[in-house]
Write a protein that binds this ligand. Structure first.
Ligand code: NAD
Length: 297
């Protein structure tokens, strides 16, 4: 069993840290928000006085933080104090270039590192069934294995440092586009007088079938249960979709790749959030699209 520092005990980080503790690891947590610290203490997680204290003496240090700027600020505190040979796992979703720069800092300090963003949401975090998309050396990946196995169901080494973040934003850019496509198809079907059930029965078994239609249908009452059946409560919040879609656009700009559909999907999520989408699941964009006037979005 390993000594693990866990920094960022939020919606995702806390259940992940709880699973590590339950598996017998010695977990030292840290968060800046008193409420989160209290929740973690109530779950029996030991709390360090600072990020640096959580990292000191740990064999593995996991970060699960809101964005790249915060992860960079935390790395500035933990990299200098971490034990040589320790492994840093950043599971936050951040931009690819910051992820690569953090790998460089870790390597210079004699530390192993892995970018390991996740999919599966808070349900997957609680159940220990997250998918981890990893970037880093084979040595770092193998050292991370026992800890990632406790928190995840599927663990994929995608390539060198930054490859995990690259995989995550490519997948989520595609998801943003395919969800909007599914919403447009259901909205048009309704205006054409087609029942949602008939549209679902055809599209889920024809060439239009895709995850947003078949698994996470944006229309209530058809297909497997989804946030549409719960007034579009997240699920996967529209804010997080916009974050990932924007990270994909940042990366596309940096490498000069045209992604017109991805760019437009990010813009539509901005409009949705400015027009009633705050706090809603990302599939709720169907309501915005149904309200929008043709030629006006
Ligand atoms: P969250 O806001 O609930 O948790 C982040 C935590 O980090 C908070 O508790 C916050 O207090 C803490 N924090 C902020 N600055 C800190 C600092 N300097 N030192 C220590 N702690 C600090 O967010 P979340 O939903 O847990 O998401 C975490 C990451 O996982 C994000 O990058 C997000 O994009 C990604 N993610 C989230 C989901 C999801 O469904 N929530 C799914 C996949 C990926």
């Amino acid at each position: 069993m390993s000594k693990i520092g866990f920094i960022g005990l939020g919606n995702m980080g806390l259940p992940m840290a709880i699973n590590l503790k339950k598996a017998g690891h010695d977990v030292q947590g840290f968060d800046t928000v008193p409420d989160q610290i209290e929740k973690a203490k109530a779950e029996g997680i030991a709390i360090a006085a600072s990020a640096a204290d959580a990292a000191r003496g740990a064999e593995i240090i996991v970060t699960m933080l809101p964005n790249g700027a915060i992860v960079s600020a935390v790395y500035a505190q933990i990299v200098p104090v971490a034990t040589r040979g320790a492994l840093l796992i950043d599971s936050s979703t951040i931009d690819v270039s910051t992820a690569k720069s953090l790998h460089g800092q870790a390597s210079t300090a004699g530390l192993l590192s892995l970018d390991a963003p996740v999919s599966g949401g808070i349900g997957g975090a609680a159940a220990g069934t997250l998918t981890f998309m990893c970037g880093g050396s084979r040595e770092a990946f193998e050292k991370a294995g026992p800890a990632l196995d406790v928190m995840g169901g599927k663990i994929i080494l995608c390539g060198e440092g930054g490859a995990g973040q690259a995989a995550k934003i490519c997948n989520n850019m595609l998801l943003s586009i395919s969800m909007i496509g599914a919403c447009e198809a259901f909205a048009l079907a309704e205006k054409l007088g087609l029942s949602a059930q008939a549209a679902f029965d055809v599209m889920s078994t024809s060439s239009g079938s895709c995850w947003p239609v078949n698994v996470y249908c944006p229309v209530p009452g058809v297909g497997p249960k989804s946030p549409a059946d719960n007034d579009y409560k997240p699920g996967f919040a529209a804010e997080l979709m916009l974050k990932d879609a924007s990270l994909a656009q940042q990366a596309a700009t940096e490498v000069g790749q045209a992604t017109p559909m991805g760019q437009y999907a990010a813009t539509l999520y901005q409009h949705f959030l400015a027009n009633g989408g705050a706090g809603k699941d990302f599939s709720g964009i169907i309501e915005y699209l149904k309200r929008a006037q043709r030629g006006n979005v």
